[in-house]
Design a protein around this ligand. Sequence first.
Ligand SMILES: Cc1cc2nc3c(=O)[nH]c(=O)nc-3n(C[C@H](O)[C@H](O)[C@H](O)COP(=O)(O)OP(=O)(O)OC[C@H]3O[C@@H](n4cnc5c(N)ncnc54)[C@H](O)[C@@H]3O)c2cc1C
Length: 413
Amino acid sequence: MSISQWVVASAVSRWGDDPWARGSWSLIGRGGTPRHRTDLGTPIGSRLRIAGEATHATRAAMTHGAYEEGVSAGAWAAGQGHARVAVIGAGIAGLAAARTLTDRGVWTRVLEARDRIGGRTAPAQVGGFGFDLGANWLQQFHDNILARLAERLELPMVPTDFTDPLVLGTPYALPDGLEEDLRARLAAASEQAGIAEVLDGWLADPGRWTADDIRRFVDAEIVMDSGAPLSWLSARHGFEPGVGEGDRWIVGGYRLLVDHLAESLDIHLNRPVHHIRTGPDGVALDDDLRVDAVIVTAPVGVLAGDAITFDPPLPATHRTALQRLGMGRVEKVILRCDRRFWPVHPAGYYRVHGPGENCVSEWLDATAADGTPTLVGLFAGPWLDDLWTGPDEQVAARAAAVFAEAAGGDPAR
Ligand SMILES: Cc1cc2nc3c(=O)[nH]c(=O)nc-3n(C[C@H](O)[C@H](O)[C@H](O)COP(=O)(O)OP(=O)(O)OC[C@H]3O[C@@H](n4cnc5c(N)ncnc54)[C@H](O)[C@@H]3O)c2cc1C
């Protein structure tokens, strides 16, 4: 398959296969509650603490939640009176922790497995301009500490109105009251129930809605926002707040913020940590670095696997938290195009349902970045298994075809 003729450059993410992420962002599975997030972030003695987006009880899965948790962990380690602290991971949480420690005069070293900083804010240079294959928006913009930093740095930002996407293809408008009905049903479910269970009951007796209305809403709001199987996702706590509160994206990408946070920190790249041994005298990392304390910001997908072993093992509360939390998979594609053949919509955002059931994608019109017609597509759901296989060019071509079909046909044909 060759890439569509109207696409001049492209990039695709691979979060599902990424060994240092193992998914896109953390979610609460059946039997889990926000309490498991707090449990995971509770210090283990005075020398070890896990921090990151997953440990924030109310702002999980977002960069500003990661930042706040990093600051809190850094302040905790400094408050313990430690002189030498290691931070594992140079994502937003790790950088925030290291910045906080360094500002307080604590010797701090950041150890990062990848050959770059930023973690799940992943810069991509596509067609000569910087975009994001990871985090894109500053969410909850008006109450977001990173948004205030972006304003101070005078970074150019563009708003997106998620409440009013243009639905391409089959027209669809969310019926009044459907979201409230769904939220009430989820809130009334048992702690052990998954979203699929609630949905099955609802579809069997849809009341005043059509089954199609319900499915489309769930695809757009829950599948797209989580990227996790609905049978796994907690009915009570799996549909967390975040998107749609005045969100803005940074022209030039998150890299502009990340580089600022990383300035003058002691960061060692290509330095995965495999083993953490904590004792009364300090912490040994892979037996070649000794420090007084360590802050671990690896994502829950990594912590739940065997990439890092802890000696002694993590306490039961933390292990339970890792079992109740998990990662979803949302993938992105960036398409730089030779023309803007799609309708211009003030919200700057498009949704595509189909080609089949449970197939949903959302698209940001990022043309404002530098004037070149640009689409940033987000894909989630079971169809990723077929869509996201083979070389990047093939994946981008399939994604482009989904958008073009919905927008009225491939302009090159
Ligand atoms: C596709 C996508 C879209 C998103 N969109 C948004 C958005 O629009 N807005 C938003 O606010 N958030 C968004 N997010 C979520 C956001 O990116 C994350 O919540 C946030 O970046 C997490 O930061 P963190 O520091 O907790 O973790 P990470 O960024 O994952 O940082 C952890 C770091 O630890 C490193 N690491 C892991 N294991 C080891 C090890 N053993 N040794 C050393 N280093 C290790 C990793 O390489 C990584 O650099 C998105 C994420 C994805 C994937």
